[in-house]
Design a binder for this molecule. Structure first.
Ligand SMILES: [Zn+2]
Length: 176
């Protein structure tokens, strides 16, 4: 594949961002409710890649990834679009107002974090899919006019993950 930011990168950034956000809000990430919020952030950050059968989400939700592949839905299109973000947001709003409190918002936060980080890659993300299309094909496809800051699977990606997590550790300490 080589076209997905590694699951490990998404897990690391989601854990750090979730823990940092909780700390900034004066909550303990190590408490049971805090740990649940972080776990939901991680789950949300893995969901967009359900559009590849080899990803963590693709393997956990095999019927979904299988169906998307059968329908010819390409990676970083439908599940990485503004439309998907709004749908997940609507589902989270509904779950939140039906008694789950703030928990669904952590899931949405992880989902949006994934789209944000993917959109910084050289390939980018089709926020406006289906109005927007990738040009080229396979590993050579690209988004017109897009310039990312890292290449998927490169040292640049690892560096970005480390920097992001570093900021997440430093920020709550500085803001205290
Ligand atoms: Zn992705």
């Amino acid at each position: 594949m080589g076209s997905a930011m590694t699951g490990a990168g998404h897990v690391c950034t989601a854990i750090c961002a979730g823990a940092a956000a909780l700390t900034l809000m004066g909550q303990d990430p190590m408490s049971p409710p805090g740990a649940l919020a972080v776990a939901l952030t991680v789950a949300g950050s893995l969901l967009p890649d359900v559009d590849t059968e080899t990803s963590v989400a693709g393997r956990c939700l095999r019927p979904v990834s299988f169906t998307l592949a059968a329908l010819g839905v390409a990676h970083r299109t439908l599940t990485h679009s503004l439309m998907a973000a709004l749908s997940v947001g609507a589902a989270c709003w509904w779950l939140s107002s039906s008694g789950l409190g703030a928990y669904p918002w952590w899931f949405l936060g992880g989902f949006l974090l994934h789209l944000f980080l993917d959109s910084l890659s050289s390939q980018g993300v089709l926020w406006l899919w289906p109005a927007q299309r990738f040009l080229g094909s396979g590993p050579y496809r690209y988004k017109r006019g897009h310039h990312g800051v890292y290449r998927v699977g490169s040292a640049g990606e690892a560096l970005m993950v480390v920097l992001f997590c570093g900021v997440c550790v430093i920020l709550p300490a500085v803001c205290r």
